[in-house]
Ligand binder design. Structure first.
Ligand code: SAM
Length: 259
C-alpha cells in the first residue's frame, strides 16, 4: 500500500508484528463478537484481527484510505467513512454490545473517549493504544499526579486497566512519545451511581478546574459546610484526593439539597 501518513489525522501506522500479535492477544477476538475498529489506517491491526475472525467493522476519516482498505479486505470489512467523533455507535451495536478497538489518533483520544462514555450500555469493552500519559491518567488512582477529571469520569463508568507500553519504534512514522494499551470495560451496573449524572459531571469539572485549591474554595456557592459534613468529606481536601465514590457522595448531597 502506498499512502503518505497525514499528521492532521494523527497517522502513526503500526509496523511491529510482535506488538501487533500482543495487541491481538490482549483483545482475544471471538467469531461471535461484534468488533469495531476506530481508524484502521492502512489496515495493520485490521489484518491481524482478521487472521482470527472473519468479520470486522471499522470507521475511518481519511477518504484516501477507504479504497485501499476495501481492496485489501473486501467483504470481511464493513467500512464506515467518517468521523468517529460524530459517529453514532449505538446505531450499529448488536444486542450483546460492541467491542471497540483502535490505535487511536492521539489528537482526538480524549474527546473520543468522552463521546464513547455517552453510549456505554452499547459497549462490551474498549481496547485502545494511546499516548502512555493518557493511559496513566485514565487508570490513575486518587492522590497521584495523573489523577484528574478524565480518571474520575472514565472510572465512574468503566473499569480501567493499563496493559502494556509500546515504544515509538513500533510505528511509522514514530510518535514523539511512548504509547500504552488500555482496556476499558463498562461496569454492568455502576458501583457508585450518581442521582444526577450531569450534576456529577459538572461538579467533577469544577472541582478540578483549580486543582491546587481546597474543595471549600473551589466549590464555593455549590455546597456549604453542613453539606460537606453530611457527605462526610473534609472541605480542606483537594479534588485530586477524592475517590469516585466520594465525588458521587458530594454530588448526591448537592442534588438532595437542591431538592
Ligand atoms: N490502525 C492503524 C494502525 O495501527 O496502523 C492506524 C492508526 S493511526 C494512529 C490513526 C487512524 O485513525 C488513522 O488511520 C487516521 O486516519 C484515523 N482517524 C483520525 N481521526 C479520525 C476520526 N476522527 N475518525 C475516524 N478515524 C480517524
Amino acid at each position: 500500500m502506498s499512502h503518505n501518513p497525514r499528521k492532521r489525522f494523527g497517522q502513526h501506522f503500526l509496523r511491529d508484528h510482535q506488538v501487533l500479535a500482543q495487541i491481538v492477544e490482549a483483545i482475544a477476538p471471538r467469531a461471535d463478537e461484534a468488533l469495531l475498529e476506530i481508524g484502521p489506517g492502512e489496515g495493520a491491526l485490521t489484518a491481524a484481527i482478521l487472521s482470527r475472525i472473519d468479520q470486522l467493522s471499522a470507521i475511518e476519516i481519511d477518504r484516501d484510505l477507504i479504497p485501499l482498505l476495501q481492496k485489501r479486505f473486501g467483504n470481511h470489512l464493513r467500512l464506515f467513512a467518517g468521523d468517529a467523533l460524530r459517529f453514532d455507535f449505538s446505531a450499529i451495536a448488536p444486542i450483546q454490545g460492541l467491542r471497540i478497538i483502535g490505535n487511536l489518533p492521539y489528537n482526538i483520544s480524549t474527546p473520543l473517549i468522552f463521546h464513547l462514555m455517552k453510549v456505554l450500555p452499547h459497549i462490551c469493552d474498549m481496547t485502545f493504544l494511546l499516548q502512555r500519559e493518557v493511559v496513566e491518567r485514565l487508570a490513575a488512582k486518587p492522590g497521584t499526579k495523573a489523577y484528574g477529571r478524565l480518571s474520575v469520569m472514565v472510572q465512574y463508568g468503566c473499569d480501567a486497566k493499563a496493559l502494556f507500553t509500546v515504544s515509538p519504534s513500533a510505528f511509522t512514522p514514530p510518535p514523539k512519545v511512548d504509547s500504552a494499551l488500555i482496556r476499558l470495560t463498562p461496569w454492568r451496573s455502576v458501583p457508585y451511581p450518581a442521582n444526577n449524572e450531569r450534576l456529577f459531571a459538572q461538579l467533577v469539572k469544577q472541582a478540578f478546574s483549580q486543582r491546587r485549591k481546597t474543595l471549600k474554595r473551589v466549590l464555593k456557592g455549590e455546597i456549604d459546610s453542613t453539606g460537606f459534613i453530611q457527605a462526610d468529606i473534609d472541605p480542606m481536601r483537594r479534588a485530586e484526593t477524592l475517590s469516585v465514590a466520594e465525588f458521587v457522595k458530594l454530588a448526591n448531597e448537592i442534588r438532595t439539597r437542591r431538592g
